[in-house]
Design a protein around this ligand. Structure first.
Ligand SMILES: [Zn+2]
Ligand SMILES: [Zn+2]
Length: 334
């Protein structure tokens, strides 16, 4: 069973990106706050994601456990599973989460697609469990032309059904807040709360469903992240409606699009419309202490080339925003 204790790391100094560039045989020192990491590709094998995490100085990690653009999926190779589990343990990663396929839509009005989505969530949960991953981050789906309440009920029931079909797995679902692009559900804390309440009503499921807050998504959906009083109000609203104890992980992404745009375009930390000040407030907010942050920022730099330097730079940007860590002032990045 996933537990909140999994995101309470032991205190110790964070490694520099250079120190972090070690093989899995040399685990990272246990991190102090903040616990930061990034989504990493599994290209070349699942354990490659752990290598990439170490190479960039991540203390936590998100992966896709499959090709997210296809419905069909081949079973995990037991040798790869063993390699991955060993690499995670050796690396000392404090938390690994999976992200579900973008094809999955448990709210779908099409019964065939919805059943495929439920089965898809089951597959996600099973693969995560095999890999000893406690949580699968999942988007609640899109309403299409359905009335919103109908879609919300179908999404909640679909997620609940996937959890119900996997009673013995120690893996749960983190419903991700969304930007509300198109007819996507989950753009308000109230709607997430409605989804949770309906899932919680099924006996035994409440402990297996929690929340992932994506900073780009909530900002694009209209929530303010600065100044301090506005961030306090946003977090208070989250707490009143959902409960901050259900916030397991934060996706730390700046936004290419303005607040309230309802367009989901991730940007590097401090470079986008959210800006460095909001991230400084987030990183130092006492109500968010101990909650891991995972980057989903672009892997390509301004030159358009994919490089681990881009993750290293964004992880450092987050760390340097924390008071008392590696200098007080972040480098101006605009
Ligand atoms: Zn997502
Ligand atoms: Zn996200």
């Amino acid at each position: 069973m996933p537990s909140r204790s999994s995101r309470r790391p032991q205190a110790s100094a964070p490694p520099s990106p250079r120190q972090a560039k070690k093989s899995a045989a040399h685990p990272l020192p246990a991190p102090r706050h903040p616990l930061v990491g990034a989504h990493q590709s599994i290209a070349g094998g699942l354990s490659k994601a752990v290598e990439r995490a170490l190479d960039t100085g991540c203390h936590c990690l998100q992966i896709f456990t499959r090709n997210i653009n296809r419905w069909d999926v081949s079973p995990l190779d037991p040798v790869e599973v063993e390699k991955f589990r060993h690499a995670v343990a050796a690396a000392g990663l404090a938390l690994v989460v999976a992200h579900d396929s973008y094809l999955i839509n448990p709210a779908s009005a099409d019964d065939t697609l919805r059943e495929k989505s439920i089965a898809g969530l089951v597959t996600e949960l099973e693969r995560a469990a095999e890999l000893a991953i406690p949580w699968v981050v999942a988007h609640p789906g899109a309403a299409g032309t359905q009335p919103r309440e109908v879609a919300v009920a179908r999404a909640a029931d679909g997620i609940a059904e996937a959890l119900r079909r996997t009673p013995d797995l120690g893996t749960g679902i983190l419903i991700e807040t969304t930007a509300g692009q198109g007819s996507c559900l989950g753009d308000t804390f109230a709607e997430i709360a409605t989804l949770l309440a309906r899932i919680d009503a099924v006996p035994g499921l409440a402990a297996r469903v929690n929340v992932c807050l994506d900073t780009c998504h909530v900002f694009a959906a209209g929530y303010a992240l600065e100044p301090a009083a506005e961030l306090d109000a946003t977090l208070q609203s989250f707490d009143d409606l959902i409960g901050l104890q259900r916030l397991v992980v934060i996706h730390a992404n700046d936004s290419k699009k303005p607040r309230g745009s309802r367009v989901d375009r991730h940007e590097e930390i401090g470079v986008g419309e959210i800006g460095g000040e909001a991230f400084r407030l987030l990183m130092n907010h006492p109500r968010l202490a101990g909650i891991p942050l995972i980057l989903e920022t672009p892997k390509e730099g301004v030159d358009g080339k994919i490089s681990p330097e881009n993750d290293r730079r964004n992880l450092l940007a987050l760390r340097t925003l924390v008071a008392g860590l590696e200098g007080d002032e972040p480098e101006p990045r605009r």
